[in-house]
Write a protein that binds this ligand. Sequence first.
Ligand code: ADP
Ligand code: MG
Length: 223
Amino acid sequence: MTAAAAILRLDAVSKSYESPGGTTIVLAGADLTVERGEKVSLMGPSGSGKSTLLSLISGLLRPDAGTVELDGVSIAALGDGERAALRGGCIGIALQSENLIPFLSAIENVDLALGFGRRRNGKRGRGKQLLDQLGVVHRADHLPRQLSGGEAQRVALAVALANEPALLLADEMVSALDSATASRIVDDVFGSEMAVLFVTHDAALADRADRRLMLHEQKVISR
Ligand code: ADP
Ligand code: MG
C-alpha cells in the first residue's frame, strides 16, 4: 500500500453467471480505476452488469478472472474476516437492494454502522446529524418498513456514510427521490473528500461527476 495507490483498481475483471438457462457473460476483461476523492458515474442499460460490478468491488462476489484492488490491496488475497475489515474501514456501500436491518429503527441502523467502523469514539449524535443532513431525521425512530422508498434510500445512504468511507459505492442511491432532493444530496456527497462510484439512470446527475463511465459490451468505457 502506498500513498499513491488508487482507491480502487479493477484489472481485466471477468464475471459470468451459470444458470439452468445457460451462461450469462456479464463482464469480460473490464478495467476501472478510481483515484482518491474522484467522483465517477456509471451508466448502462438494465442488465448490463452495473450491480454485478459493485458487488465485485464490495467483495460480495468474486471475479472469475482479473483483480480488484482497494487502496492497493488485492481483495482476493484476503480471508473473509480481513475482507470485511477492509470493507468496513475503507468503503461505504449503498446498494440497490435495501441493506437496512428490518427490526432496527433508522437511527439504530446508522448507530450500528457507526459502532462497527474505525471512528467509534466521540461520535455521539453523528447518527442524528447524518439523518438530518439527508432530510430524514424526523423518521429516526421508524422501522425500515415504516419508511417510504425515498426515505429508506436516504437512511441506507446515511448507513453507508457513517464511517466516512474513502470510497462510497452507490447503486441508484437517489432513484426514489424527487429531483430537487436528489440534486441536493448529490451536491452534498460530491462536496465531500471521499471518492464516489455511483450508478444512475439519470444522465443529468451522471454528467455532474468528474468522470463519466458506462458499461458497454462487457467492459467499462467512457461516455
Ligand atoms: P444491472 O445492474 O446493470 O441492471 P446486473 O448486474 O444486475 O445488471 O445483471 C447483469 C446480468 O446478469 C443480467 O443479465 C442479469 O440477469 C444477470 N444476473 C444477475 N445476477 C444473477 C444471478 N445471481 N444469477 C444469474 N444471472 C444473474
Ligand atoms: Mg442493478
